[in-house]
Every structure is written in structure tokens, then in C-alpha cells.
Design a protein around this ligand. Structure first.
Ligand SMILES: Cc1ncc(COP(=O)(O)O)c(C=O)c1O
Length: 374
């Protein structure tokens, strides 16, 4: 099955790509849809309603992927905009605090810093030890003045996966919101919102969801939707978006109230297609395969160098594995010259296989690494 699916990503004839944590590969089925869209675009607005209904279809499929209700999903441009939309809609009170950690990607740091400055909030930063952050670190920082706990489900540099259930419980105890940057997990690992009731999860489509930059989605719980203020006005966010009279804005009650403007249809339609593709394979199967590849990588890589990513009894927490090399940027460049694509992040060589990779990709990478790091 995996060998057959790999054929949907013809770039493997040219390069060995093990870098989904940066940008994922897009299957040919979605590329064909783009070609079709370009044809349709020749006719100006003739296909507008079709593109819009395909965008809403993407929201329905996103809901299915994480077992949420469609009313809680908004299609957004990317993770950064989603986090900013949420952060700017929360009713902050001076003296409240936000808890995050020092493994975060800037997307999940800067928006909170901006709010902290604007509203007189304290930003508390949990410190990672050996690449992981124990729930005890959060317990020390979270109190009744905590409004938001902001973490990535999976950390971008080393693949550390937060225990979202434990954080949900901690947030609930202190009446705080748990807001999750999901981009390094969604599409690779299974998230069931009904079982893991985070307040919000935000993702772009360009990595594990196999999509294009310019589209993503966010889930927002009913509780958070009810409690946030209306801070953004947008014609498509209105209850009656196609009424073009001069009138009062009535934002939709659902998460659609964050879909303000004409979406990047081309990216949304690709997202719809890749979500269908992922759902057809099954997120359980993808998770199993991605973790199997990561485990294979750890078992082999550990014989030649140190694994920097935290593990659970030797098992990977996610398909993002960081390994030690003397000069990651230099090794990255050398591998690239050999048409093997990985990444250099925060002092490690980051390798991030998805289901379209195979054991031979990893063997080839390790063979070349041996030549360059030993
Ligand atoms: C954890 C994390 N969040 C966010 C992003 C990117 O955010 P955006 O979709 O806004 O470009 C990345 C990587 O590019 C990431 O690793």
C-alpha cells in the first residue's frame, strides 16, 4: 500500500525528501486539481460559488479528521494568522498571565508577547530539560491568573509531543484556555477533539497535511467562541454574507466568524483534496506508519550518533527526529548536494519522515551521514 501511495509523489525519482516538518509533498491528485482551477480562473468569477463551497467542504473534512463539529472549524490562511485572531479576541484583564515554553516556534511566541505588552500581562515560559517539558513545569507556572496555556502539540525542532490531555486538565483546574499550535502534528498523528478537549487548535496545511501555503484551519471550542469578543469584521464572516446592502455586521455564531475575506481558493481547494486523500488512507494508519519510520530511524541512527529528540521508552513521540552532528548547517548542505533533503534546526539535524518515505530513504540518508559526520 505504501509503495503504491509513494507513486503519487513523483519527486522521489529526483530527490530523497525527508523534510515534511518544513514543507510537505503534495500528491499528484491535488496538483491536477490546481491545473483544473487555473482553467476555471480563466472565466473570472463564473466558478466563485463552486470554489466557496469547496472551501466549506474543506472545513467539513477538517472537522472529520479531528472528530470535531463543523461549526467549530474556520478555514484560515496559516497558523500565525489563526493564533493572532484568537489572541486578539480574548478578553484580557491586566495582571493575567500566559504560559508557554522555550521550545516554541515564533508563531506561538510573538502573538502572545504582543498581547502581553498591550494588556499588561505576564508571559511565563516553561524551560525544557533534555528536550522535553514535564507537566510539573507547567504546574509550577499555571495559577488562577493564567488565562492561556499556549503550546505546540508537537515541537518543531525536536518532535517533543505535549501530553495534551494532562494540559487540558491543568487548564480546566485553573479556568484557563489551552491553545494549541497543531501544525507539526495534524496530518501525521491522530487528534480526537471529543477525547482531548483543547480550547483551540490551529494549523496550516503546508506540512503534514500535504497542502499549499495559504490555507489551513482552526478548531475553536464552543466555550471559547462564546467567551471571545468580536474583534474582527469581515464580509464573509457575516451571518448573511451575500447581502451587499449597507448594514450592521452580524457575525456568524460559529467559528466561520473568523473567515473574514475572499479565501486563497487555490490553496483551500488543494486542502480539500489532500484532506480527502488523508482520510481515505486513514489517520490511524498514517500515524502508525510515520511512527514506524521514526522508530526505524532512531534504531539505525543511534548506532552512529546521539538522538537529541526525547523518546518514550526508546519509542518516538512523533515523526520529527533530531540527531546530533558537529555542524548541522554544513551537514545539511552536504546532504542537499547529494539530493537528500532534511533540515538544520536549533543545533540538530532534523529528519521528518511521512508515510511517503520508506526504509530505503532512511538507509540512504544514514549511509551519507556516516560519510559526512564520522
Ligand atoms: C510549530 C510551528 N508553527 C507554525 C509554523 C509556521 O506557521 P505559518 O503556518 O503561520 O507559516 C511552523 C513552521 O513553519 C511551525 O513549525
Amino acid at each position: 500500500m505504501w509503495d503504491t501511495l509513494r507513486k503519487d509523489f513523483p519527486v522521489f525519482k529526483e530527490i530523497t525528501y525527508i523534510n515534511t516538518a518544513s514543507i510537505g509533498l503534495t500528491p499528484i491528485q491535488a496538483i491536477k486539481i490546481v491545473e483544473k482551477w487555473i482553467e476555471e480562473k480563466k472565466y473570472g468569477n463564473l466558478y466563485w460559488r463552486k470554489w466557496y463551497s469547496e472551501t466549506r467542504e474543506a472545513a467539513r473534512l477538517a472537522a472529520k479528521l479531528i472528530n470535531a463539529n463543523e461549526r467549530n472549524i474556520a478555514i484560515i490562511e496559516n497558523t500565525s494568522i489563526g493564533i493572532n485572531l484568537i489572541a486578539n479576541s480574548i478578553n484580557w484583564k491586566k495582571g493575567e498571565n500566559i504560559v508557554t515554553n522555550n521550545l516554541e516556534f515564533p508563531t506561538n511566541i510573538f502573538p502572545w508577547q504582543v498581547q502581553a505588552k498591550r494588556h499588561g500581562l505576564e508571559l511565563r515560559v516553561a524551560q525544557a530539560k533534555n528536550g522535553r517539558i514535564d507537566i510539573k513545569e507547567y504546574e509550577k507556572l499555571v495559577d488562577d491568573k493564567t488565562k492561556v496555556i499556549a503550546v505546540s502539540w508537537v515541537e518543531f525542532s525536536n518532535g517533543f509531543r505535549h501530553d495534551l490531555m494532562a494540559l487540558c486538565e491543568l487548564a480546566k483546574k485553573h479556568d484557563a484556555y489551552l491553545i494549541v499550535d497543531g501544525i507539526q502534528g495534524i496530518g501525521a498523528l491522530k487528534l480526537d477533539i471529543k477525547k482531548t478537549p483543547v480550547d483551540a487548535v490551529v494549523t496550516g496545511a503546508q506540512k503534514w497535511l500535504l497542502g499549499f501555503p495559504g490555507a489551513g484551519f482552526m478548531y475553536i471550542s464552543d466555550k471559547l467562541l462564546d467567551e471571545m469578543s468580536i474583534s474582527f469584521g469581515g464580509w464573509l464572516a457575516d451571518k448573511d454574507p451575500f447581502n451587499f446592502e449597507f448594514r450592521e455586521f452580524t457575525p456568524d455564531n460559529s467559528a466561520r466568524r473568523f473567515e473574514l475575506d475572499t479565501p486563497a481558493f487555490i490553496s483551500c481547494i488543494v486542502l480539500k483534496t489532500t484532506l480527502k486523500y488523508i482520510l481515505k488512507i486513514g489517520i490511524d494508519k498514517i500515524q502508525e506508519r510515520d511512527l514506524e519510520l521514526a522508530r526505524y530511524l532512531i534504531e539505525k541512527a543511534y548506532k552512529i550518533t546521539k538522538i537529541l529528540s526525547p523518546t518514550e521508552d526508546g519509542k518516538p513521540m512523533s515523526p520529527i527526529i533530531s540527531v546530533k552532528v558537529r555542524n548541522p548547517q554544513e551537514v545539511y548542505e552536504k546532504l542537499k548536494a547529494e539530493k537528500i533533503i532534511v533540515a538544520s534546526r536549533r543545533g540538530g539535524l532534523r529528519i521528518s519522515p511521512h508515510f511517503y518515505n520508506n526504509e530505503e530513504d532512511i538507509d540512504l540518508l544514514l549511509q551519507k551521514m556516516r560519510e559526512h559526520i564520522v
